[in-house]
Structures are given as structure tokens and as C-alpha cells.
Write a protein that binds this ligand. Structure first.
Ligand SMILES: [Zn+2]
Length: 287
């Protein structure tokens, strides 16, 4: 079976609104912000909001729900204050995931300038262990690969795998962002052989069973640009053929695919992007 195709959707007016927004664009899964991504403070949902969300979730046939963390959180920072803020923020967001019954919280591994890479990686590992301890339960803590550049951690399979192995928790998982990996110079999508080889590497270093989600984004910037800018599917540097090739990697069919694209009307992931992504899999099964 081709994978679930989901998208980041708005929760304006209440967390439960996400399901209606998903239905309108034909998404089979959602990613949402549990609390404002631009703020350090985390607002936990009230009892009645949780109930509304769970009712709407059930009515949606229990489609997979992922949370995305605040962009401010940087567990790898050399600054103790920044790390403490990140810890508090990510703990809060994971708590929301647990409260509403989401699969887990996807977050950016972080950037560790003014220190060695090893120190930065150790801060991330330490932070993740604390967050998992702070929020007991089932929700996963999901590390997202980066576009590299600067002191950004987690662009390669080796780095993500090394962090994952040190956290050593069944609740620590990985999200693979197609645009980030392309921008990092980790993968090109112009042939299925190249794609297979890269995922062989990720299987060895990370374990494909540990990848739970794919962020399906085209890239506004070139291969190896290290410049993280998402584009609508088919019109970026990855292109439609790139996604058709990626859709042939059947080892990724049991992952939840989530769009984080600007949208053709610049209003966020839309039906057109969902349809394009879904067509890549249909195209495949017709061959
Ligand atoms: Zn992403």
C-alpha cells in the first residue's frame, strides 16, 4: 500500500480544527504546532480542548498526528540559558503530544557553534534523555535531519545514527526531510539507484525502522546549497521526477509522508501538493 500522505496544517481557532483543514486538502495524516512555534513559553491545552481534539481525531478515523516543535529550541547550543529554554520548550511540546495522543514530536536537532561538534552532540543527547524522562509515556521524540552548513547537526546518516544510538530509547526516532537532505548534499533524486544507495546508508547507520516520518518538500535551493528553503512539489530543484523516483523506494512506504511546502497560493500545504505527491505513488504502481 502506498503511504499515508499528510501535511502541516493550521490549528487557528483550536487544535481540533486541524482535522477539518486536513480533510479539505485530502490529507491522510497531519502535522501541527501544539503551541506557538515563535514563542519560548508553552501553553498546554485545556481539558475541553483535549476532548474536542480526541473526538475530532476519532471522527477522522484516527489519522496519524505529529507535532512539530518550536523553531527557537536549540538543544545543541553552547549557551546554558539557550539549552535550558530548549529543554523546557521541547518538554512542553512533548507533553502536549502525550496529552492529545499524537505519535510524537518532530524537532530540529540544533546548531552548536563556538564549541566542538562532539560537545554539541553530547548536549543534544543529554537534552533528549532529560526530555524523555520529563515526559513519560508513549509519544516519540523525533529528530529531523538538517540541511547542514554552519554548525547545524544531523545532516548525515552517521551523525543522526550516532545521536540515536547514544539516546538508546525506543521512543527516540527520526524524520527524514527530503529538501534538507538534498540541500545538505546527502541525496540526489535523479536516479532510483542513487536513492537506493543513500537509504542503504541510512539503514546501516540509523536503521530504516527508526525513520517514522518523511517531510516531503521540494527545494528552492540547489543540491548542496546548505540553504533550507522549501518549495512546492515539482517546481523546485528536486522536481516531479525526483519525487517519482523517491516514491519507488518501497522501504519508505510504511512511513508517514508530511508536506511542509509553501502552497501554490502561499497559504501552506494545499490539495494540489497532496495530489502531486499521491500521483507519484500511483504513477509508480502503474509501471
Ligand atoms: Zn522538515
Amino acid at each position: 500500500m502506498p503511504p499515508k500522505i499528510g501535511a502541516h496544517v493550521s490549528t487557528a481557532g483550536g487544535l481540533y480544527k486541524a482535522f477539518e483543514n486536513a480533510r479539505v486538502i485530502g490529507a491522510d495524516a497531519i502535522q501541527i504546532f501544539g503551541s506557538s512555534p515563535q514563542q519560548w513559553s508553552v501553553r498546554l491545552p485545556k481539558e475541553e480542548d483535549i476532548k474536542k481534539f480526541k473526538d475530532a481525531h476519532k471522527a477522522s478515523d484516527n489519522i496519524p498526528v505529529f507535532l512539530h516543535a518550536s523553531y527557537l529550541a536549540n538543544l545543541a547550543s553552547a549557551s546554558e540559558i539557550t539549552r535550558a529554554n530548549a529543554l523546557q520548550s521541547l518538554t512542553g511540546h512533548l507533553k502536549i503530544a502525550e496529552l492529545i495522543g499524537a505519535e510524537g514530536l518532530i524537532f530540529h536537532i540544533g546548531s552548536g557553534k563556538d564549541q566542538s561538534k562532539e560537545d554539541a552532540m553530547n548536549f543534544v543527547i543529554e537534552g533528549c534523555l532529560k526530555i524523555l524522562k520529563n515526559v513519560p509515556g508513549k509519544s516519540l521524540l523525533i529528530l529531523e535531519n538538517s540541511s547542514a552548513g554552519g554548525a547545524k547537526l544531523g545532516a548525515t546518516a552517521e551523525e543522526v545514527g550516532a545521536i540515536l544510538k547514544k539516546i538508546k530509547s525506543p521512543r527516540a526516532k527520526v524524520c527524514f526531510d527530503t529538501a534538507h537532505a538534498f540541500e545538505a548534499g546527502v541525496i540526489e533524486y535523479d536516479s532510483t539507484e542513487k536513492i537506493k544507495k543513500v537509504f542503504d546508508e541510512w539503514d546501516k547507520a540509523v536503521g530504516l525502522e527508526n525513520i517514522v516520518a518523511i517531510h516531503a518538500n521540494d527545494s528552492k535551493t540547489a543540491f548542496g546549497s546548505h540553504n533550507d528553503r522549501h518549495e512546492n512539489l515539482g517546481v523546485g530543484h528536486i522536481g516531479l521526477k525526483g519525487f517519482q523516483n523517491l516514491a519507488q523506494e518501497k522501504r519508505l512506504w510504511n512511513k508517514v509522508w508530511l508536506l511542509e511546502v509553501p502552497g501554490f497560493d502561499n497559504l501552506g500545504p494545499d490539495k494540489k501538493n497532496v495530489d502531486i505527491l499521491r500521483s507519484c505513488f500511483i504513477h509508480k504502481s502503474m509501471i
